[in-house]
Design a protein around this ligand. Structure first.
Ligand code: GSH
Length: 407
């Protein structure tokens, strides 16, 4: 498929005006879509989001007779449940919430012996989403059941610290419960012990240059999925002591000072290949973490770095994949995050540009083999589930959240 990304030929910024709408009409339907007033484009996002959601339900749930082979949020049925929950939040359609609850129930059975404990790839995701959906439905007994199942999850001694399979991925689920169910649902005494362990491990592996360092399968990753960005993102949810805050800030500064000359970020400590501009590896996941850090620490250097990383995503992030893990949809969330942080309408325009690209082009490009729809094409992280999630989030851009990452 040649290069990893399409050249970004969008103007850097186009205000929504009648004049541009008329010019664009004559030339390119994509530019026309982009220059429509926001509420008009949002109508198209919503229609497409609902169609995609229905198709995904059909392919991953109805067609399988409700059998769950892969329960995870990342590539499996919990991703469909998550999408239904997001659809419910936008449309208030109760049947989406009810189906979400039904699918989580099947995932609960399928995840009993999984051994994985995180939100994105493990049982904590099932119990946490189940609890949040039960609360939304006003079903207290079901909520209690999921909370008690969540509390039985044990973290194996040897697990890593990263987001997809490790301690920080379990902690993220705790924070989701505290956000949606109630502040002390999982008490800070419990999350604090895990946080301290993550910090202790990070100090132990540090060689002094970067204050915190971690390994996953023998590699010192930097990105959101397995590395520093994901772990720092979760640590910032805790109320950290001043010295712990300095460790997190120092780690982010180390990454900023050692990024590639292009502004992109390496996927791991030893990697010199400036290739990946994904949420999982590279600038996009790190941009989301820097945006959060800029907000938490009210720090200008971090804010500037978040903007720089966002610029890399704009230039090299129109990937030949649709999903959120390593595709256009995930990269669009970077602009939404910066928009929420700064209120700068140019970031909303950029999110709209990437989302319009998907809306107008993704189907054809995928059919023609010029874009990859994902090995698990209906999944939340690799496939069209992520694209549907983005389209729903484009309706209320101030409320948009990267699934399993932004709280
Ligand atoms: N199986 C995946 C899909 O169908 O979407 C593709 C695999 C993939 O792109 N993996 C990500 C990656 O960055 C990490 S989660 N791979 C390394 C590479 O592309 O060089």
């Amino acid at each position: 498929m040649g290069d990893r990304f399409f050249p970004n030929e969008f103007p850097d910024f186009v205000a929504e005006t009648e004049e541009i709408t008329q010019t664009a009409t004559a030339t390119d339907p994509l530019l026309k879509l982009l220059s429509l007033p926001y509420h008009k484009t949002a109508e198209s996002f919503l229609r497409r989001a609902i169609d995609l959601k229905d198709k995904i339900v059909k392919e991953t749930w109805l067609r399988t007779g409700g059998r769950v082979k892969d329960f995870t949020l990342y590539t499996g049925s919990l991703g469909t449940a998550y999408l239904l929950f997001k659809a419910y939040q936008v449309t208030n359609n109760k049947s989406d919430l009810n189906l979400c609850i039904e699918i989580v129930r099947a995932c609960e059975h399928a995840s009993r012996d999984s051994g994985h404990v995180t939100f994105i790839c493990g049982r904590a995701g099932v119990c946490a989403l189940g609890a949040v959906a039960a609360k939304q439905a006003g079903d207290q007994p079901l909520l209690n059941q999921y909370l008690s199942q969540f509390k039985k999850i044990q973290l194996p001694e040897g697990i890593p610290n990263e987001l997809l399979y490790g301690r920080s991925g379990y902690l993220w689920a705790c924070f989701l419960l505290n956000r949606y169910i109630g502040e002390r649902t999982i008490p800070s005494s419990q999350t604090g012990v895990i946080t301290k362990r993550i910090i202790k491990d990070g100090i132990q592996l540090s060689d002094g240059r970067c204050p915190l360092m971690y390994e996953w399968h023998g590699k010192k990753y930097w990105g959101a999925a397995h590395g520093l960005a994901g772990i720092m993102h979760v640590l910032m949810e805790m109320e950290l002591k001043p010295d712990e805050q300095e460790l997190v800030k120092g780690t982010l500064r180390y990454m900023i000072h050692n990024r590639f000359p292009s502004g992109n970020y390496r996927s791991s400590e030893d990697s010199e290949a400036d290739r990946l501009v994904h949420w999982c590896h590279g600038a996009p996941g790190i941009a989301l973490t820097l945006a959060k850090a800029a907000k938490v620490f009210q720090d200008e250097e971090l804010l500037k770095a978040a903007g720089d990383a966002q610029e890399v995503v704009w230039n090299r992030g129109l990937l030949k994949r649709v999903g959120i893990c390593h595709g256009v949809s995930g990269n669009a969330y970077v602009f939404l995050s910066l928009y929420q942080l700064t209120d700068n309408i140019e970031f909303l325009y950029r999110a709209k540009a990437f989302a319009c690209f998907l809306l107008d082009r993704a189907d054809n490009l995928t059919r023609e083999g010029k874009m990859h729809g994902g090995d698990r094409p209906y999944s939340l992280f690799e496939g069209s589930g992520g694209m549907a999630s983005l389209f729903f989030d484009m309706i209320n851009p101030n409320e948009a959240r990267f699934p399993g990452y932004e709280l």
